[in-house]
Design a protein around this ligand. Structure first.
Ligand code: AMP
Length: 215
């Protein structure tokens, strides 16, 4: 099962991707997480990506496509994966499609998580991320048991620099201009499925699984 999660930043793709990956026993691959891990490790890739991430811009396609293709060629991706935050441009989607085609393979579903911009802005200002294990929380909707401390690993939970309000508005603008066209791209291929990004997380997993099992 190869699945792409589409949707604006803050729509809830990451949470759903992680639940689905766990449910199907396949890796959850987030290009944003790969960039952040590289930044933390101080690699050239991380430092280069930071220049774009901090302003809400997209990291250039050549860099992003390379790290993604390296990742999906690894052993643990043989039975499938859930992509979260990739592709984000038509060019990225075309390259992925072409690379999979060479292997006689394809994406099974692209799931668009639909939420309005207003709700996203409100959500992201309350989002907190663990600096150690990247688990995400929300100060109102999904708080940690102890404020500022990750439930899973005791790491510190923080507001990501790119979740600051001005950066969120810029990321939404970039989303509408560059990523939203992917909805039509996958609709044309007959693999687009829509889910609402509101509602509880428990309902969210059930909703996605029902859609996938309907085919
Ligand atoms: P995310 O955690 O998915 O919201 O990604 C955080 C940031 O990483 C984005 O705002 C971009 O700067 C960068 N990024 C992540 N995935 C991609 C991608 N597929 N293409 C370009 N930039 C990306």
């Amino acid at each position: 099962m190869k699945i792409i999660m589409l949707g604006a930043p803050g729509a809830g793709k990451g949470t759903r991707a992680s639940l689905m990956a766990e449910h199907y026993g396949i890796p959850h691959i987030s290009t944003g997480d790969i960039f952040r891990a590289n930044l933390k490790a101080g690699t050239d890739l991380g430092l280069e990506a930071k220049k774009y991430m901090d302003t809400g811009a997209l990291v250039p396609d050549d860099l992003t496509v390379k790290i993604l293709l390296d990742r999906v060629s690894q052993e643990d991706c043989q039975d499938g994966y859930v992509l979260d935050g990739f592709p984000r441009t038509i060019n990225q989607a075309e390259v992925l499609e072409a690379e999979l085609k060479k292997l006689n393979d394809k994406i099974d579903f692209a799931i668009d998580v639909d939420v309005s911009d207003d709700v996203i802005e409100a959500r992201m200002s309350g989002r907190r991320v663990c600096v150690k294990c990247s688990a995400t929380y929300h100060i109102e909707y999904a708080p940690t048991k102890v404020e500022g401390v990750c439930d899973k690993c005791d790491g510190e939970t923080i507001l990501r620099a790119d979740d600051a309000p001005e950066t969120v508005r810029q990321r939404l603008k970039v989303y509408h201009e560059q990523t939203q066209p992917l909805i039509d791209f996958y609709k044309e291929r007959g693999i687009l499925r829509m889910v609402s990004g509101s509602g509880s997380i428990t309902d969210a997993l059930a909703a996605v699984i029902t859609i996938l099992e309907q085919g």
